[in-house]
Design a protein around this ligand. Structure first.
Ligand SMILES: Nc1nc2c(c(=O)[nH]1)N[C@@H](CN(C=O)c1ccc(C(=O)N[C@@H](CCC(=O)O)C(=O)O)cc1)CN2
Length: 308
């Protein structure tokens, strides 16, 4: 894998076109590694099992959950589905959580987000047994991320931030001392990537921007690394970034393609950014597949830790 200093023009390829952080290929490698670890666990009589709770009929969420179960089958993790209708009440969702907390076949599970309006997401996350929290979003696990700045973390990390770090690491890109600008303060990406990157082992300086940020462009111009998770199509433009910057496109918006009339997904990063950035994660094919792979990694890590 190429080694690179962060955010300098030296990381850009000579043609001026960014090098690709290929999340799809990297996730495939990780899944193959995980399959070996799962086989070793199974030989010891341990079968890791991922549970999912899906509420409602959002097509995106259905697709993501379907993908999680396909991934499990690919690496040998058992999987358990709890699909609830959009009319499910808080009590219905909490009952599903209680079932998975009590189910010995389920070694880790997630509640697919977002939840329909009317379901209290914080109450839901708090009810998950933190030892089975495959998304690392339980307050105990997020709290450990806040408190353990210097010590190793032995609890699951939120999947997208872990996926971003893993992707950078596998390409030999360090963020030590880098100015990282994060767009978006959501729990699954923005807030938690800030906590992770400022840990001593990564040592980045993080600016967490959001809809209340006054001069986003001033921040972007100074960024060695940009993590775009705002959900605003094309908010990161070529003319606003430092040449050679590392750009991770995490945003997802649905739009209708004018040429074909078909719905398609677009990221936060304008296609022109490829001409200026040093490294870029495509969207699709970048951080998304890494998110899926890291969920499996969390489940396998937890199962291995449980058997010593
Ligand atoms: N409980 C959680 N909910 C959500 C999370 C999460 O980590 N935990 N993250 C997202 C959705 N998500 C996983 O749940 C997810 C998003 C995107 C992808 C992905 O692989 N995307 C593809 C494109 C997919 C397509 O073309 O339809 C890609 O980027 O290449 C995987 C998982 C919100 N909810």
């Amino acid at each position: 894998m190429p080694q690179g200093a962060v955010g300098t023009a030296e990381t850009a390829s000579p043609s001026g076109t960014a090098q690709i952080l290929d999340g799809k290929a990297t996730a495939a490698t990780i899944k193959a590694e995980l399959a070996v670890r799962v086989a070793a666990l199974r030989e010891r009589g341990v079968v890791p099992g991922l549970g999912t709770i899906l509420v409602g009929d959002d097509p995106g969420s259905h697709a993501y959950v379907g993908g999680k179960h396909r991934d499990c089958a690919e690496v040998g993790i058992a999987s358990i589905r709890e699909d609830l209708p959009g009319t499910a009440t808080q009590a219905d969702v909490e009952a599903a959580i209680d079932r998975l907390n009590a189910d010995p076949a389920c070694t880790g599970y997630i509640v697919q987000l977002p939840l329909p309006r009317g379901v209290d997401v914080n109450a839901v996350l708090e009810r998950i047994d933190p030892r089975k929290d495959a998304d690392g979003l339980h307050p105990t696990n997020l709290g450990r991320l806040v408190l353990r700045v210097n010590e190793p973390i032995d609890t699951p990390l939120p999947c997208t931030p872990r996926g971003i770090l893993e992707l950078l690491g596998r390409y030999g890109l360090s963020v030590n001392g880098a100015n990282v600008v994060v767009l978006g303060r959501g729990t699954t990406v923005g807030r938690s990537i800030g906590l992770l990157l400022t840990r001593r082992e990564h040592n980045a300086t993080v600016t967490l921007t959001h809809t209340g940020t006054r001069d986003l462009l001033a921040h972007l111009r100074e960024a060695d690394v940009i993590v775009a998770a705002a959900g605003v199509p094309g908010i990161v433009r070529a003319e606003d970034i430092k040449p050679g910057a590392i750009v991770l496109d995490v945003g997802v918006s649905r739009t209708v393609d004018e040429a074909t009339g078909r719905a398609r997904l677009v990221g936060d990063v304008d296609p022109g950014v490829r001409e200026v950035a040093g490294w870029i994660s495509p969207n699709p094919g970048g951080v998304g597949p890494m998110t899926r792979a890291m969920l499996l990694a969390n489940v396998v890590d937890t199962a291995e830790a449980a058997v010593g």
